[in-house]
Design a protein around this ligand. Structure first.
Ligand code: PMV
Length: 343
């Protein structure tokens, strides 16, 4: 990439980025090095839950070093972080290595992926630390190279990640389609107890792509669902929204199940939550579920139904905690180091 003509000073910068929940899923890559997806996807950005990251380029460092929740980041994580930093260094013309520190307000152990917020916070803080002034499309592309779903955490509200066509990924980034207040919704995270996912999403996607009989029709379905869901959100049509969100998540898990070997993230509690949400909806509550690469279930519901739905879910055996949040704004720069909570 060309150096940016619009360079600011190099120095410490910090950012907060929220996590996001896909309403139609990204499950399948056309390029696994820079995370180009085979289908577009739509998500909502969460308020509060996410990652704070500080980046400080330093002349005396011989390599990039990073602490995550006060522990040194493992080698696999560092490879991805360096990929994002190398791209930023190429754009800024600086060869300085950086010291980084990140704190998650939602732990991976709570059943939620932290990679989306982590790489969106990294892209936002690091580009500012290296003096770049990038627009949200450029930040989304950068975040995407660390983790695909991170591309959707740069903007807030209802966000669309366009798959793009080009091999260099320049047209594969996410943008806001509707602000959070277009259709305020509550998000309940029903956290299933019993440890973290055993197969990473990267590995799971690769397995489904090569081994699942249903993979081709899964991708065709996503192309349809993205268009239909955008319409349902625009028209605030909850019944169509619920059918699409649930159907898309179930189709993704069906695609994994049809792989050889079959990939199953669910536990009995996952089905218990699905059954409870469907029962609640039959009784008139506006609520529907989605499930990522794990056993926990995320429920989207109207503000007035959030409390009764949450009470029912909390009673289910095997649900450790129900976290309630809303749709919020995207990644932003914060004061460094004052914006970083003590771990
Ligand atoms: O960006 P990754 O590698 O964490 O993959 C995310 C995969 C899902 O969460 C299952 C779906 C999605 O679109 O977020």
């Amino acid at each position: 990439m060309k150096p940016s003509p619009n360079l600011g000073p190099i120095g410490r910068a910090a950012a907060f980025a929220p996590s996001n929940i896909a309403l139609t899923k990204y499950w399948g890559k056309r390029n696994s090095r820079i995370n180009l997806p085979l289908s577009s996807s739509i998500s909502v950005t969460l308020s509060e839950l996410g990652s704070f990251t500080i980046v400080e380029p330093q002349a005396d460092l011989r390599q990039d070093v990073m602490l995550v929740d006060d522990k040194p980041l493992d080698d696999a994580g560092l490879v991805k972080v360096r990929r994002v930093l190398d791209e930023i260094r190429a754009m800024s013309g600086s060869s300085l290595y950086a010291g980084l520190r990140s704190v998650n307000t939602v732990a991976a152990a709570q059943g939620m992926a932290s990679s989306a917020s982590a790489f969106a916070a990294l892209a936002t803080a690091a580009s500012a630390a290296y003096g770049l002034r990038l627009d949200s499309a450029a930040l989304s592309r950068l975040a995407r190279t660390g983790s695909g779903s991170a591309s959707r955490s740069i903007d807030g509200g209802y966000v669309l990640w366009q798959r793009g066509e080009k091999d260099d990924g320049s047209d594969s980034f996410a943008t806001q389609r509707f602000a959070a207040d277009h259709w305020p919704m509550r998000i309940l995270i029903a956290h299933a107890s019993g440890g973290r996912k055993s197969v990473s999403s990267t590995l799971g996607m690769a397995q489904s792509k090569t081994d699942s009989l249903l993979f081709r029709s899964w991708i065709e379905r996503c192309d349809h669902d993205v268009v239909a869901l955008e319409n349902a959100i625009e028209n605030k049509d909850f019944s169509t929204f619920a059918d699409l969100v649930e159907g898309n998540a179930l189709a993704m898990h069906g695609t994994m199940l049809a792989g050889q070997p079959a990939l199953l993230y669910w536990r009995p509690v996952t089905l218990a939550v699905i059954a409870a949400v469907r029962e609640l909806r039959k009784d008139g509550a506006e609520c529907c579920f989605t499930i990522d690469a794990g056993a926990s279930v995320v429920i989207l519901c109207s503000p007035q139904d959030a409390r009764p739905v949450s009470e029912v879910l909390s009673e289910i055996d095997g649900i450790e905690q129900v976290i309630q949040t809303r749709i919020g704004p995207g990644a932003r720069l914060v004061e460094a180091p004052g914006g970083l909570p003590h771990a």
